[in-house]
Design a binder for this molecule. Structure first.
Ligand code: ADP
Length: 338
């Protein structure tokens, strides 16, 4: 049994170190049909995505629903296995790790889900829910685990005595705090936050964002922060990756993305954010995208965005743009980037 030690978190963070490398990752889900379950095609949920993340940073991943953000997050922490490509965590290639090898790295990689109620077992007390990862990984004695759970409850803004309560006794915001405490139990380094505030009341969204930021500062955490809305990720992310139909279309520093978006899809997402100042709003023209997001089973030829792009030309309909660097650290895949 391992005795729990409080890692002096935050102090050993090397902000120049690459903690995660995603290389040409694809995740195709087979479509099974017919009597014998033959595969008749694939949902190309993630289709050749590459990027890296430094220790201690927050990378926001943004795009409309169904564009592959959650699937990407789940493949990164190996809840799913990529169809192709590589995931390197802390210089280890974890793509083909089996369950026993994954158990070791899973301590360092955690996930916070969108719906805090669905992700907490209603039959378990909060102490058991937060303490479960500690028990599964044989961390500490029963008493040490209980102390750790109480400490975690305090860290996320809840109280000691909540340990004996059940999930239904808490509000949505409090339940998300419980999910965060559970994710922190094993001293992780990397946390995939999968739309952690989308299901919460607007009034508590910023409290949860502030909590995540405080925890990051204190413990030197690295976040992949998934959202469908660019306004949410601005405050928390140092860089932003924009996804469309399984691919990255833009990646860059947050301020660069906000002030100099290169891809028409990013500009459309930005134009949908309400601006408090009406004069500013007038300057920022609303770009309404025509049509629905095409199916990831048969994505459009050429540039995947061409069916909805106000700037599309014949070239975009036949030639797929490469994901290229247009300025230092600013990548995009568009034949006519701004
Ligand atoms: P997002 O998080 O951006 O909303 P998802 O990653 O959840 O997108 O989904 C991307 C695409 O993959 C969607 O078309 C979705 O229906 C499909 N998908 C996700 N998970 C599965 C699965 N387990 N089996 C089949 N298709 C899936």
């Amino acid at each position: 049994m391992t005795v729990l030690k409080e890692r002096p978190l935050g102090t050993d963070v090397n902000y120049n170190k690459t903690i995660l490398e995603v290389k040409n990752v694809k995740k195709y889900f087979p479509i099974q049909k017919g009597l014998f379950g033959n595969s008749t095609g694939y949902v190309k949920a993630v289709d050749d995505v590459s990027f890296s993340v430094n220790e201690g940073e927050t990378l926001g991943i943004v795009g409309e629903s169904g564009c592959g953000k959650s699937t990407l997050g789940r493949n990164i922490i190996r809840l799913q296995k990529p169809t192709n490509g590589q995931i390197l965590y802390d210089n280890q290639d974890i793509t083909d790790y089996n369950e026993s090898k994954l158990r070791k790295v899973r301590k360092e990689m955690q996930i916070i889900f969108q719906d805090p109620y669905a992700s907490l077992n209603p039959k378990f007390k909060i102490g058991d829910i937060i303490g479960e990862p500690l028990r599964v990984h044989h961390q500490g004695t029963v008493k040490e685990r209980e102390d750790r759970v109480k400490w975690l409850l305090e860290k996320v803004g809840l109280e000691h005595h909540h340990i004996t309560r059940f999930p239904h006794e808490f509000s949505g915001g409090q339940r998300q705090r419980i999910g965060i405490a559970r994710a922190l139990a094993l001293n992780p380094k990397l946390i995939v936050c999968d739309e952690p505030i989308s299901a919460l009341d607007v009034s508590v969204q910023s409290q949860v964002i502030n909590l995540l930021q405080d925890l990051q500062d204190e413990f030197g955490l690295t976040y992949l922060f998934i959202a469908h809305d660019l306004s949410v990720v601005r405050h928390i992310s140092s860089r932003i990756a924009v996804m469309y139909l399984g691919k990255l279309v833009e990646l860059g520093n947050t301020e660069e993305i906000y002030h100099h978006p290169a891809h028409p899809y990013t500009r459309a997402l930005l134009s949908a954010i309400p601006v408090p100042n009406p004069l500013e709003q007038r300057k920022r023209e609303r770009i309404i995208l025509s049509g629905d997001v095409p199916s990831p089973i048969n994505p459009p030829q050429g540039c995947r965005f061409h069916t909805r792009c106000p700037m599309a030309t014949d070239r975009c309909r036949v030639e797929e743009p490469r994901f290229e660097q247009k300025a230092a650290g600013h990548w995009t895949s568009c034949h006519f980037p701004l």
